[in-house]
Design a protein around this ligand. Structure first.
Ligand code: HEC
Ligand code: HEC
Length: 214
């Protein structure tokens, strides 16, 4: 792949072998077939939306996060973490591996313009609301002061992500990743805040966040 130039093109040159998990193969094929965009400055974000979902487009899998409403700074940190290998995901890591700082900045700026999940509700499949689990999650969020960092309405700010309306299966997976030390962020805040919780607590929190603000 070319070291400079646009981020997602490279087409036929992008054939470094690595395993693409089954649900992502179609999107990855689209990446390999993508024509080079005319301008290096304009990231080819159609591919991003094909996995992450957006207006008129459902996310590819239940554990793929929606990007809408995420603060630009948070998105930038995560893209850098993927590039450094500090945060791991086969496709994300590969996508950003050879991108420049400017390319990551352009992508993060784009993420910062996307509408929040509430605006694309029709595209998102939700689990049926369980009032009992929602209330348990809300109580855990209150007692652990999630809102101090993520904002009381869980819409996030700066390097702290939006949680409200995120995909539930993704939220659960990522809480498990923090607790198990598979995902390490800018600070140890998340591992600490989850340290006294069990699996049922994580499930209740994920359910609460996914249904929050709706
Ligand atoms: C093949 C599917 C796929 C494609 C294509 C893809 N992503 Fe992702 N992305 C994912 C998955 C799955 C995750 C969650 C990884 C995990 O579980 O940690 C993710 C995570 C992210 C995150 C972190 C979100 C959060 O809430 O922490 C950002 C930011 C992101 N992707 C941006 C992008 C951008 C920008 C593009 C296009 C250049 C893109 N992604 C293309 C599947 C994809
Ligand atoms: C001291 C501040 C702080 C507190 C308190 C806190 N968080 Fe976080 N949280 C963060 C930061 C910072 C990140 C981003 C870390 C990274 O870079 O991975 C984060 C990330 C997350 C993510 C990942 C979101 C995504 O899109 O990938 C989830 C989910 C989350 N927090 C849930 C919670 C819950 C639930 C609570 C309360 C039980 C909580 N947080 C309390 C600071 C905090």
């Amino acid at each position: 792949m070319k070291a400079s130039g646009h981020c997602l093109g490279g087409g036929r040159h992008a054939a470094r072998p690595f395993a693409v998990p089954a649900p992502f193969r179609a999107a990855f094929l689209a990446l390999l077939l993508a024509a080079a965009p005319a301008h290096a400055e304009a990231p080819d974000t159609g591919l991003c939306l094909s996995c992450h979902g957006g207006p008129g487009q459902a996310p590819a899998t239940a554990d793929t996060p929606l990007l809408g409403g995420q603060p630009e700074l948070y998105a930038l940190y995560q893209l850098v973490f993927f590039r450094q290998g500090q945060r791991k995901h086969d496709v994300m890591t590969e996508l950003v591996a050879e991108m420049s700082d400017d390319e990551l900045r352009a992508l993060a700026a784009w993420v910062g313009t996307l509408p929040p999940p509430a605006a694309i509700e029709a595209e998102v499949e939700r689990t049926a609301l369980s009032q009992e689990r929602f209330d348990r999650g809300a109580e855990l969020a209150r007692s652990h002061r999630c809102g101090n960092c993520h904002e009381p309405d869980l819409t996030g700010r700066e390097h702290m992500p939006r949680l409200a309306g995120q995909q539930e299966a993704y939220l659960l997976k990522t809480l498990q990743d923090y607790k198990a030390g598979r995902r390490v962020g800018i600070q140890a805040a998340m591992a600490e805040v989850l340290s006294d919780m069990d699996e049922a607590d994580l499930e209740a929190l994920a359910h609460f966040m996914a249904h929050a603000g709706r």
